[in-house]
Ligand binder design. Sequence first.
Ligand SMILES: [Zn+2]
Length: 417
Amino acid sequence: MSRDFLADFARMSTFGATAGGGVDRQAATDADGQVRAWFGELLAAHGFTVEQDAVGNLFGRYAFTEGAPYVLFGSHLDSQPLAGKYDGAYGVLAAAHAAIRVIEAHRAAGTAPAYNIAVVDWFNEEGCRFKPSMMGSGVVTGKLPLETALATTDPRGVTVAEALDRLGARGDGLLPEIAAYGEIHIEQGPSMQEAGVTIGAVAETWCAFKYEVVVHGEQGHTGSMRMADRRDALLGAAHVITAVNDLIGHFPEETLHTTVSELYLEPNSPVTIAREVRMLIDLRAESTDELERAYALLRERIAEIEERTRTRVEFVSDSVWRSAPFTEAGVRLVEQAAADLGLTHARVKTLAGHDATNVKDLVPTVLVFIPSIDGISHNEREFSTDADMLAGLDVFTRVVAGLADGALDEAADGAGS
Ligand SMILES: [Zn+2]
């Protein structure tokens, strides 16, 4: 018997639940551990073999044919601080339910699809406690070395390896070889609701350049130090923050999104001028050309800021994802599934990054969106309707069935072009 999706969604949302109706399940925290344990049991109860890999990805395999390759479906159960309960988690649960439906249908009919089916909760998609984001899928797709991921520390100095070990979440499983990947997610923006569309077939993704930057100044007394002698790192940082926002003035409206999203201040003491500020600059646009231009403009502005505030701005690391279209055959599969179910649908682009953004560079990948009411996300007020969640699940069930039957095999043959 198929499980009741909404009942499972309500149960899942109790792990790390916040007073404001959201969840707080940052990667490898107790709440993340609890929801992972619950999810692993759900998969095991439906005949999946459940494992964890070296970077904490949690996955279940269901083999119709021993030795046959797999198709994989999933998203992430971790969240931002004080976040919504739909981001990622909806997609993980929908992947499991869709897979279970397809498996049950094959068993009832006495048939087997071309591919075995696996479901994954990617570790640390959000990248808030441990940077960068999309960590688990980044390691599996070879974009991030495992050792680098495991050695990454949170702001308190705890490494990913230590945090995973505390939960017993570092395993020796290996994700099976996959032929295709599918993910369903909330849109996290307002465009689908505004257009009155229930199902989004994601055809392209924005690119992102993220830079970890350190503003170096010199510590001093806020009262006694002469203004002319100061090298105030926080003042330099303030100028950088406004310069990042000012970049949008050089581009057509809403074609460049810029943010300084994180700030650490040393020593962060009332009577002391800051000696160092560490910040995260996040630039997003449709093409890397636009981001290169924004970055060049920013470096010019920063040179002026350094001179004016007598600080030094160091770019210590970057993380980049480039735009690439999603497999056309996968987009058409989603459109067809929605049309067959009598659901409104449209081609959309994703401005946010997803694990699918990583995996699509490896194998043909399908990404499906359902609407986010008022486009609110990374916020406890994030909301998608039950009707849209269930419609998405129905579409995604067809995506799972289609990929398991080899719907993207031709796209895979053409890959690499
Ligand atoms: Zn997400």
